[in-house]
Design a protein around this ligand. Structure first.
Ligand code: PMP
Length: 437
């Protein structure tokens, strides 16, 4: 009898334990590179988060919510968003979009923009549906589409040669209109747009957005618009919300993040905005998974937006001050990199900057026939040998295209002056060692 039991136990254990939908989604660049940075880095410009504090008014809102008289803030709140937060988001973004938003049906709060994305793909993408993703892209779009049973279809931003002697700009990376159009078919359910774009910092122009919008309308395709870096736009550029273009409100879900907006990525408060015909299905996913987000963090973010509504466009507004400060940090890093010959691509937005590592290839010789893209080996070598952490650009490409753009790495410049100075010291020293071995 014991013998029989152990046989049947063995038989059970030999079948795969994981669900089929996980196939091909187990690798995660952040798990690998965050660990490398934690082990080796002296200066971490890898993962995207500020190393400076959030604004005082936001921290104070949190403390008030935490220790104030309203102890019900320690309990559950409304599943689809704490009422004060959805109300202020509807008011704030309604003004920007030029339309009345119903806080209860046009807005839903999520656990960061990450869960907002997950809700979109689970709610809107069916088995066999195609989803167009513009490369390079925030890496989770691909596995999330696959987990929903969909097929990602990739279209690259193509690098146009910059003008002689000029540094490259994220604006030099452009969609080929004919190539983009060729990806739309009757199987296309949605396109993912991320402007300002992580990792390049590209801010899509009105013409580019209109091109995408026209194709969406023509082919009856939905748009998942990840706008988490909406306030981080430089040199007087304008962030345009695709939901505000003709015919797009009814087919767009716009995603935002308090983490990026208020420099508090650990709070994990995000949101989706859109027509009820789409959001009602996102609510179904939300109620059957997360159900509810942290009440106190939502209350504090609501108060942060209340302040920003009152100061909108004024010099004291955080949404005015933060990009001003970050633009300066961007310029420092551009200078540091340019001085050592690691050619920077000047970003128009976000807090990321991609740089060309071609001139450093002699330090990290290529291994022919390696499966791993060169930039990935370079970034690992750099953190281990120089103590400087960055992310390889190939991490933001699909498997088949990882080797097309494998000589770039991404830096995050949402860092204190001292951190950027320490990065500069590493780069300068490296350059000296290169020229006088
Ligand atoms: N979208 C993009 C483009 C991002 O860069 C990030 C964070 N790195 C997210 C979504 C996720 O945001 P959150 O931290 O609010 O979940």
């Amino acid at each position: 009898r014991t013998h029989f039991l152990s046989l049947s136990l063995q038989a059970k254990m030999s079948r795969p334990v994981q669900a089929r939908r996980l196939e091909g989604t187990d690798k995660n660049i952040w798990v690998e590179f965050v660990k490398l940075a934690a082990t080796y880095s002296k200066v971490n410009l890898g993962q995207g988060f500020p190393d400076f504090p959030p604004p005082d008014f936001l921290k104070e809102s949190f403390v008030r919510a935490l220790s104030g008289e309203n102890y019900m803030l320690h309990q559950y709140t409304r599943a689809f968003g704490h009422p004060p937060l959805v109300k202020i988001l509807a008011q704030f973004f309604g003004k920007l979009l030029g339309r009345d938003l119903d806080p209860m049906t046009n807005v839903m709060v999520t656990v960061g923009a990450y869960q907002a994305l997950f809700c979109c793909f689970q709610a809107l993408v069916d088995e066999g549906d195609e989803v167009i993703i513009i490369e390079p892209f925030f890496d989770c779009y691909e596995p999330m589409v696959k987990m929903a049973g969909g097929t990602p279809v990739f279209v690259p931003l193509r690098l146009k040669a910059p003008k002689d002697g000029k540094l490259m700009s994220s604006a030099d990376w452009q969609l080929d209109p004919a190539e983009l159009a060729s990806k739309f078919s009757e199987r296309t359910k949605a396109i993912v747009l991320n402007s300002p774009n992580n990792p390049l910092g590209k801010v899509f122009s009105r013409e580019e957005l209109e091109l995408i919008a026209d194709l969406c309308v023509k082919h009856d395709v939905l748009c998942i618009s990840d706008e988490v870096y909406e306030w981080l736009v430089y040199d007087g550029k304008e962030h345009i919300r695709i939901a505000s273009l003709r015919g797009m409100w009814d087919r767009t879900v716009t995603i935002g993040s308090a983490g990026k907006t208020f420099s508090a990525t650990g709070w994990k408060v995000g949101w989706t905005m859109g027509p009820n015909r789409l959001l009602q299905h996102l609510r179904t996913v939300h109620q059957n998974s997360v159900y509810h987000c942290a009440t106190i963090a939502q209350e504090a973010v609501a108060q942060g937006f209340q302040r920003e509504l009152e100061l909108y466009g004024k010099p004291d507004s955080y949404f005015v001050q933060l990009p001003k400060e970050l633009q300066q940090k961007r310029d420092w890093l551009v200078q540091s990199l340019d001085a050592v010959g690691m050619k920077p691509i000047i970003p128009e937005g976000t807090y990321f900057l991609v740089a060309d590592i071609s001139k450093f290839k002699s330090d990290v010789p290529d291994v022919p026939d390696s499966d791993e893209p060169y930039d990935s080996r370079f970034a690992k070598w750099m953190v281990k040998n120089k103590g400087l952490a960055a992310i390889p650009l190939s991490a933001f490409y699909s498997g088949a295209h990882k080797n097309n753009y494998n000589h770039f790495i991404r830096f995050c410049f949402a860092k204190e002056e001292a951190t950027l100075k320490a990065a500069n010291d590493i780069l300068q020293k490296w350059k000296r060692e290169k020229t006088s071995p």
